[in-house]
Design a protein around this ligand. Structure first.
Ligand code: PAF
Length: 282
């Protein structure tokens, strides 16, 4: 397993693999890898001859008041995890390698980015689409792997790949949770012991919402109101959003009458966490 820092090194390695007729999977990450990322690497390892993991905290997808500086980083830990899960190459560029002086081209999207995290984090998806497009151009993978925890991101990337005729398959992988239900996230490391307990309110709200849907409830307001009351009872929690949207367009709907996504974002102290369920999966 190799770690490289430049675009040229990635291209050289991928070219050599291609000469041998090998397929390539890409797992884009911002590092500080956990079992959620490991499941993406496992899937790529299963479906491709070689797996590249990008490990880059992308400044372009953070807003000015967000956690770019404090975002956790640990390349040695990441390298051990990638190696243990059969990854072949880590691309760990410095910001200057990805965004040279004078960088001024962006990939952006309307409609799918108007709700949920796109509304709360206005520059986020432009940064994600731009960096993911760059990674696709650098690695030229056959398949790329994304977690369903970032459900809107997955929908946006699928849509971008389709709109822009990107020649690869986008694979979504299930949310990986801690034993007590909290969705795995690099940001969980920000939580104090009390906040860690309080953070369980997210998965509890997701369970409540999916049980209501399973029981036949289709009224979006009734479902989200119950979820909001549960979350609001937790003193350390502050709701950013609790919404149900059309899974294809990410636009809000009043009634669940099509494949839908129920997504929540909640601040626990200063840490913003997300979770979700697809109505098709309940
Ligand atoms: O999901 C993430 O970790 C990031 O948004 C991604 C896809 C690696 C782009 O920086």
């Amino acid at each position: 397993m190799k770690i490289v820092k430049t675009v040229a090194e990635v291209r050289e390695q991928v070219k050599a693999w291609r000469k041998e007729g090998l397929t390539v999977g890409l797992v884009p990450t911002m590092g500080y890898l956990h079992e959620g990322h490991a499941s993406l690497i496992d899937k790529s390892h299963e479906q491709n001859d070689r797996t590249v993991v990008s490990d880059f905290v992308n400044p372009m997808q953070f807003g000015p008041a967000e956690d770019l500086e404090s975002y956790p980083r640990d390349i040695e830990h990441d390298a051990a995890l990638v190696e243990a899960h059969g990854g072949d190459l880590i691309f760990n560029p410095d910001p200057e390698e990805m965004y040279h002086e004078g960088f001024s081209s962006f990939v952006d999207m309307t409609v799918l980015t108007e709700e949920l995290c796109g509304l709360s984090r206005p520059v986020h998806f432009r940064g994600v689409c731009t960096v993911v497009s760059k990674l696709f151009n650098i690695v030229t993978p056959d398949r790329a792997y994304f977690g369903k925890k970032d459900a809107q991101q997955l929908a946006v990337i699928r849509h971008m790949a389709d709109d822009l005729n990107m020649p690869l398959e986008i694979i979504g992988c299930p949310i990986v949770r801690e034993a007590d239900g909290l969705a795995k996230s690099s940001r969980n490391t920000y939580l104090s012991p009390d906040e860690r307990k309080a953070a369980l309110v997210l998965s509890k709200a997701i369970k409540l919402g999916s049980d209501l849907v399973k029981g036949g409830e289709t009224d979006v307001k009734k479902i989200t109101d119950e979820m909001k009351s549960l979350i609001s009872a937790e003193p350390l929690a502050r709701i950013d959003y609790v919404k149900i949207v059309d899974a294809a367009t990410m636009q809000q709907i009043p009634v669940i009458d099509r494949p839908s996504l129920c997504a929540i974002a909640v601040f626990i102290g200063k840490t913003r966490l997300i979770d979700n369920f697809f109505t098709e999966d309940v």
